[in-house]
Design a protein around this ligand. Structure first.
Ligand SMILES: [Zn+2]
Ligand SMILES: [Zn+2]
Length: 252
């Protein structure tokens, strides 16, 4: 009899802004009955990240001796992922793309998901329109396997009711963009998506991926919520994104 073990596709170590070493992360995640992967920030625009092509090579060299999936979280708005040659890209087991900033105000200005204030003229409706357009550009251009935290929005938006922000039309556009590109939808434990959107992604045939986005011992490998949500929308265990089964677009 074979037993299926879930995999946490998104977790951070000390190599970027996490607290654990590679060994500590692997041990902690395994103790939770979950398979580990490491997906540190690879971006010039995250303060404690891996920031250059040479540093990405060293990052992969550091992971290689371990029995752990080798992921990386790239920022769409940053240029580092565009500079990495295919040979290096194909050493990853999976690539995660993050929308950590979107262009607003006729695409002239980048707004970070973590800044406290937004330009005055930006209403929630206009913001969401810009957000979805950025996401569509990302899905079309960025050769990643997983969209990290698909419902992460600019900080001031996050206090608004999720139903006001995500209309069904916007959800459709998000799901279509992922489906077209063959990018998996991450059910993040850190930025938890609402069920209607996860259901829509699953119903459209978008693969779901489980991610703790953990940075600490308490967080890494904690994928109980994502796993529960995946089951609730009817996803089969074998259909959940697994880099060892489904591979990475970077190696194709
Ligand atoms: Zn992120
Ligand atoms: Zn992350």
């Amino acid at each position: 009899m074979t037993t299926w073990t879930p995999i946490d596709c998104h977790a951070h170590t000390k190599m970027s802004d996490g607290e654990l070493s590679i060994e500590e992360l692997i041990e902690t995640v395994r103790a939770r009955g979950v398979r580990p992967s490491i997906a540190d920030h690879l971006s010039t625009d995250v303060s404690l990240a891996v920031k250059s092509v040479d540093a990405v090579r060293e990052y992969l060299d550091a992971l290689e001796p371990f029995d752990v999936a080798r992921g990386g979280e790239f920022c769409w708005h940053d240029t580092l992922w565009r500079e990495i040659h295919e040979d290096l890209m194909s050493r990853f087991t999976h690539l995660i793309g993050s929308l950590h900033a979107v262009r607003v105000c006729r695409e002239k200005q980048w707004v970070s998901m973590f800044q406290r204030t937004l330009p005055d003229e930006l209403t929630p409706v206009t913001y969401m329109m810009q957000h979805i357009e950025e996401l569509e550009r990302m899905a079309d251009d960025m050769p990643v396997d997983i969209l990290a935290h698909p419902t992460l929005l600019a900080l001031p938006m996050r206090t608004l009711p999720v139903d006001e922000l995500w209309t069904e039309a916007l959800e459709e556009r998000l799901v279509e963009a992922l489906f077209r590109a063959g990018i998996a939808f991450e059910i993040s434990n850190r930025y938890r998506p609402h069920e209607r959107l996860v259901q829509r992604a699953h119903d459209r045939g978008v693969r779901l991926s489980l991610g703790s986005d953990g940075h600490t011992r308490a967080q890494v490998g904690d994928i109980a919520f994502p796993l529960e949500m995946a089951k609730r929308v009817g996803a089969a265990e074998s259909a959940l994104y697994d880099p060892y089964v489904h591979g990475t677009r970077a190696a194709r």
